[in-house]
Ligand binder design. Structure first.
Ligand SMILES: NC(=O)c1ccc[n+]([C@@H]2O[C@H](COP(=O)([O-])OP(=O)(O)OC[C@H]3O[C@@H](n4cnc5c(N)ncnc54)[C@H](O)[C@@H]3O)[C@@H](O)[C@H]2O)c1
Length: 249
């Protein structure tokens, strides 16, 4: 059991078809107790209950710093410690530069970049005090290839910022015993694709991967498990490509 007695927080974990929910299930299967954070408390609690009775769901809009601080303090009261944070919450938009608005920009940037910043700031004092922690941030292959599949320029920039922030955090927090890494998933079959990519579009992307398929959430969840667990105890500051060879560099 790779995650026995570990407490794991996953933001954006309530979407039943999503990467966060799959990661929660994978971590739980390895013995973790999981806190699922998402915009809607009922959905977060329902997702947690689906995984098992010891897991919990919380309302948390990661764009709001005060809310992030409150939720972390509540989780510490409820669950005792925090070992792993997965910064997964994100909103994707494919609008081109002249089709997106200032509100689109704020939503996409704030969900991924400010959210990662807020949540990391909320957990670091506790992780520092225990000299232990792993933070996993979800970036995207979009940041590496300049979008071109799902993400418009603002989404691509948001994911690039998350990946750069993960490296800077790794540098800053290493001597505190906190590892920080990012994952750059390729196209993954989740609700994020609804209304943006039809079956023919998915097939086209699948054909441009080396492995001949798009990712399923379990592919990304396994990478989160590796980076969250002590299996990766000497790994920090990396961007782990999980893209089926969609982008090899
Ligand atoms: N699906 C892909 O192809 C793909 C590829 C690369 C990266 N990603 C990234 O993976 C992550 C998970 O995406 P997914 O594909 O599972 O999508 P999803 O839409 O299924 O899940 C995203 C979750 O984040 C939640 N969320 C959105 N804004 C939030 C906020 N402000 N606070 C808290 N929760 C919030 C949503 O409610 C949802 O449950 C995202 O960061 C996404 O950008 C996805």
């Amino acid at each position: 059991m790779l995650m026995k007695d570990k407490i794991v927080i996953i933001t954006g974990g309530a979407s039943p078809l999503g990467i966060g929910f799959a990661t929660a299930g994978r971590m739980a299967a390895e013995g973790a107790r999981v806190a699922i954070l998402d915009l809607n408390v009922q959905e977060a609690q329902k997702a947690a209950a689906q995984i098992g009775a010891v897991h919990r769901g919380y309302a948390c809009d990661v764009r709001n710093e005060a809310v992030c601080q409150e939720v972390i303090s509540q989780i510490l009261d409820d669950m005792g410690t925090i070992d792993v944070l997965v910064n997964n919450a994100g909103v994707s938009q494919s609008h081109r530069i002249m089709d997106s608005t200032r509100d689109d920009y704020d939503l996409v940037m704030d969900s991924s970049v400010r959210g990662t910043y807020n949540m990391t700031r909320a957990v670091v004092p506790h992780m520092r005090s225990r000299r232990y922690g792993s933070i996993v941030c979800i970036g995207s292959v979009a940041a590496q290839r300049g979008g071109g599949i799902l993400g418009g320029p603002h989404y691509t920039a948001a994911k690039g910022a998350v990946q750069a922030m993960a490296k800077a955090l790794a540098r800053e927090l290493g001597l505190d015993g906190i590892r920080v890494n990012a994952i750059a998933p390729g196209l993954c079959d989740t609700a994020l694709l609804f209304g943006k990519l039809d079956e023919a579009g998915k097939r086209r992307v699948a054909e441009s991967t080396v492995l001949g398929r798009v990712a399923v959430p379990a592919d990304i969840a396994n990478a989160c498990l590796y980076l969250g667990s002590d299996m990766s105890s000497y790994v920090t500051g990396i961007i782990l490509d999980v893209n089926g060879g969609l982008h090899i560099h």
